[in-house]
Design a protein around this ligand. Sequence first.
Ligand code: PLP
Length: 224
Amino acid sequence: MTPQEIQRHLRDIRSTLPEGVELVAVSKFHPVEALKAAYDAGQRLFGESRAQELATKAPAMPDDIRWHFIGHLQTNKVRPVVAHASMIESIDSERLLEAVDREAKRQQRTVGVLMQVHVAQEETKFGFSPDELLDYFERRAFERLEATHIHGLMAMASNTDDSARVRADFTAVARLRQQILAIAPDLRGFDTLSMGMSDDYLTAIECGSTLVRIGSTIFGPRQY
Ligand SMILES: *Cc1c(COP(=O)(O)O)cnc(C)c1O
């Protein structure tokens, strides 16, 4: 992709986003030059999925960028991610959440997180089941967090052409957010629904997404 193509893709996508929906430019596996092209077009929110890649790219880019971590995170790799990410969207276990909270406290930072929910058909995807999450909030385990704030939910829909199934997955996540708020009405700022990628983000927005994570439509195929 040339810088001009990346910038055109960004403009095209932004023109489809309603007010109140934010765009994470998912830059994993793309070189810093590609990120700079997006930055020059005004993009300030980027998504990365590997701790080492984030730790390499963040110092190479301007520091008014917000980084969201969106990949599966092992507890032994939280340190660089907490150091660089303003939000970790992919909290998929209580153990990980506790490790993030401990590390954020140690670094004297506050980190925002999203709880990743597993609603897709594929077994391979990570995340809490809806029942596990309801249980987590019923137990009010979030009250133990000292340096972490839970801003909402992140999910991926099933990887299928069946648009009814995709819509059902996103709708289930939006409903789960409402159920959690009913259980814990005092939760503050639990208002982010991160749903939608290149192929399904318009459907996700129709189902209530407030944050879309788009990679290949902006930057082209990933360079593994
Ligand atoms: C890679 C990735 C994306 C972006 O996917 P595209 O299909 O390239 O838009 C979004 N969310 C997560 C969690 C990802 O890992």
